[in-house]
Design a protein around this ligand. Structure first.
Ligand code: C2E
Ligand code: CA
Ligand code: CA
Length: 718
């Protein structure tokens, strides 16, 4: 789960923050880089201009110096006449020694390959000029005005045989008009100043250019090109860039780093807060999700939790998934008898017991109310589910002590199985539910495994239920009456009304079946009332004969039952004392108090109550005594045993004793043979009912029978 928070945190907070931080950092440093590079470039351009001016100024200085020295009458006299070495040395040669203004001078006549006169570093020096200047001096002289009319000077940088140098030249011309030079072409005065490192450095210092260097291009130095008069680049000039942008940049970078670090701390703080928030929110979501899958009363998975559990299970080939669906029998009664708190306590006790039983062999869930589901997985899931169902029923067989209040419940359990994922979870649950209903309808407190037959049966039942609904709406249900005779005189003393599926229907449905369906489908009240109304109406023609009507235990759940029953009898006009209601033990066990209360009311109104099918239930005589039955009807299964041996006879005798112990009159049902009659009579049976005397018959036949004298009825029977 922490992993999940991590991803969520990374996706929503950490990654965006990291990307934003990286982006801001990159943008900041990129901007600083651009600004400082811009400053560096601008500074270099400015310095480059200064360097150009510095070199230009050095050349101009030499040019103006050569101009001053060449535009001079005395110079003309010396340069064009016979050359006087002393004068030359004194005038220009001596200066070459110190080299403070120029390092060499030449008097050049373009017609002469060597200089006419020259000094270098204080000594006479007359090189072959094309050699010395690598043939380039002419290009400088060509820049000067031709002829002798105007005076000018020019300077340029040369690659001389002795290295890079500035050379400046000017025609040697007189200032006085009366002094003429011989010929039409002038001689030139040329000053040379070597660009020695010291001289270059002094220029640099003058112009505040650090590390200024001028080197011949051939030496491979890189820097800015220095052009000769020919336009060719002969040297390159370089210097130490001040790079002011770098300094400013690194200063800004330092501050930016400080700000970014602060930003990083703030972001880390935000991230931490977000992490806490996300963890808390995610943990709350997890808890809510878990809570949504959990039943709050028992802590077990609820319906949603059950689906989640089933979906989680792997179902590869050959694997089996079994579901046991348990519904408590009698839980509603506990809830109604005590209070909901006690009901909750019971549910918790049941959940604890079932959890213990299931252990880690499966998953126990509570669907709500009194419904539990056990999910089991594995190749032997089916047999384990059956075993667990058996154990659960045994466990629930005990009474629960809920803070001094005793409660008994049972369970009806349906089991369904899916192999190889052949059916989906919905269908699996439906089948378990169907099987559970089968367990309930076949007697409760048992488990039942799903079979397609159950579905088929249910479909058939629902078709019958539909038709029954129509029959009831049309008032078309038939009633048959089975006479009950006095055991001594054998005269008809009563008739039992028995519901009959209408003969007009294409189906034949036994009352056992459609009564059970009516009970399940909520039609039993309508059925019971319809039969009672019809029976009362028919019986009004049979004065002096008692009418017995069967009441389903389910009808007792209807709070209006007493009032409705009394109303129907009153409406029919027959005396209420002639009517007897037959009821089986089952209802008395499930809702003792309600049944007792209703019976008291009914008996107060004058009705009789008979206990039907006596001998098939398990209630103690003491328990039954509390209901004050007017009559006990011994079930035909006991009567049937009468001739089959002395042991069974004793059971019947015991049952009749019990009946007389309840001080009720006794009717034996299902008398089929003559020989049963004496035994029953001798044992104190008051009335007899069975095919031996009469089968159930239509009302008209009863009317016919009763119209005959009592003696004749008895003889007919005999
Ligand atoms: P029950 O109340 O025990 O009714 C007596 C049943 O025993 C009747 O079956 C009757 O035909 C049958 N019977 C009587 N004498 C003999 C005999 O000598 N041998 C044999 N083998 N059977 C005999 P029926 O009419 O099929 O009714 C079956 C059950 O359906 C009734 O058992 C009763 O529980 C229920 N039932 C019938 N009508 C009604 C009704 O109107 N309301 C309610 N709630 N249940 C009814
Ligand atoms: Ca009956
Ligand atoms: Ca009966």
């Amino acid at each position: 789960m922490r992993n999940l928070y991590g991803w969520r945190f990374a996706a929503t907070v950490a990654l965006p923050l990291l990307l934003a931080s990286l982006g801001v950092t990159w943008l900041t440093f990129d901007l600083i880089g651009r600004v400082s590079t811009g400053a560096n470039v601008a500074d270099r351009q400015r310095t480059s201009e200064i360097v150009k001016s510095a070199l230009g100024a050095a050349q101009n200085q030499l040019a103006s110096m050569v101009a001053d020295n060449s535009y001079w009458d005395d110079g003309v006299r010396q340069a064009y006449g016979p050359l006087n070495p002393d004068w030359l040395e004194e005038t220009w040669g001596a200066s070459t020694e110190s080299g403070s203004n120029y390092d060499a001078f030449f008097i050049v006549d373009r017609a002469h390959p060597t200089s006419m006169a020259g000094y270098r570093k204080g000594s006479s020096f007359n090189p072959v000029l094309t050699d010395y200047f690598h043939g380039k001096l002419d290009s400088l002289l060509d820049l000067l005005p031709t002829g002798i009319a105007t005076h000018d000077s020019k300077a340029s940088i040369f690659n001389t045989r002795e290295g890079l140098a500035i050379a400046a030249a000017a025609p040697i011309l007189p200032t006085s008009d009366d002094l003429k030079i011989p010929g039409t072409t002038p001689r030139y005065l040329v000053f040379v100043r070597f660009l020695t490192p010291e001289y270059v450095q002094s220029i640099g210092e003058q112009y505040v250019i650090d590390g200024l260097k001028v080197e011949a291009t051939a030496s491979g130095a890189d820097g800015e090109a220095v052009k000769a008069t020919t336009g060719a680049s002969i040297a390159s000039v370089s210097w130490n860039d001040r790079r002011p942008g770098d300094a400013a940049g690194s200063k800004v970078k330092r501050n930016a780093l400080l700000i970014l670090s602060f930003l990083a701390i703030v972001m880390a703080g935000i991230a931490l807060i977000c992490w806490r928030l996300i963890s808390t929110i995610s943990a709350r979501e997890d808890a809510a999700r878990r809570e949504a899958l959990r039943d709050s009363l028992t802590g077990l998975p609820n319906r949603a939790g059950l689906w989640a559990e089933i979906e989680k299970l792997p179902r590869p080939g050959g694997d089996v998934l079994a579901v046991a669906f348990a519904d408590l029998d009698g839980f509603k009664e506990v809830n109604d008898t005590y209070d909901h708190e006690t009901g909750d306590r019971l549910i918790r006790a049941v959940a604890a017991g079932l959890s213990h039983l299931v252990g880690d062999t499966g998953t126990l869930c509570r669907l709500g109310g009194d419904e539990f589901v056990i999910v089991i997985h594995g190749h032997d899931a089916q047999s384990r589910a059956c075993l667990l169902a058996k154990q659960a029923i045994e466990f629930l067989d005990q009474s629960f002590d809920l803070d001094g209040r005793m409660a008994s419940v049972g369970a009806s359990i349906g089991i369904a199985v899916a192999s190889n994922g052949e059916i989906d979870s919905n269908e699996l649950m439906r089948r378990a539910d169907v099987a559970m209903y089968q367990a309930k309808s076949t007697g409760k407190n048992r488990y039942c495994q799903y079979a397609p037959e159950i579905d088929r049966q249910r479909n058939e039942d629902s078709v019958i239920a539909d038709e029954l609904r129509q029959i009831l709406a049309a008032g078309a249900l038939d009633v048959a009456y089975q006479p009950i005779v006095d055991s001594k005189t054998r005269a008809i003393v009563a008739v039992e009304a028995l519901a009959r599926w209408p003969s007009t229907s294409s189906k034949r449905v036994s009352p056992d079946k459609f009564v059970a369906i009516a009970e399940q489908q909520g039609l039993i009240d309508a059925l019971g009332e319809a039969i009672l109304a019809k029976a009362c109406s028919d019986a009004s023609q049979w004065p002096g004969v008692r009418l017995s009507a069967n009441i389903s235990p389910v009808q007792l759940r209807n709070p209006n039952f007493v009032q409705r029953t009394l109303q129907i009898i009153a409406d029919s006009g027959i005396g209420i004392g002639r009517v007897e209601l037959e009821i089986t033990e089952g209802s008395l066990v499930t809702d003792f108090d309600a049944a007792k209360r209703m019976f008291i009311e009914l008996r107060l109104a004058g009705l009789h109550i008979a206990l039907d099918d006596f001998g098939t239930g398990f209630s103690s005589i003491g328990y039954l005594r509390q209901f004050n039955f007017d009559r006990i009807k011994i079930d035909r299964s006991l009567v049937n045993c009468l001739l089959s041996g002395s042991a069974e006879q004793h059971i019947v005798q015991g049952a009749m004793l019990m009946a007389s112990g309840l001080s009720a009159t006794v009717t034996a049902e299902g008398v089929e043979r003559e020989d049963q009659i004496d035994i029953l009579r001798m044992n104190g049976c008051d009335e007899l009912q069975g095919f031996f005397f009469f089968k159930p018959m239509p009302a008209q036949h009863i009317s016919n029978l009763l119209s005959e004298p009592a003696a004749l009825q008895a003889i007919q029977v005999a």
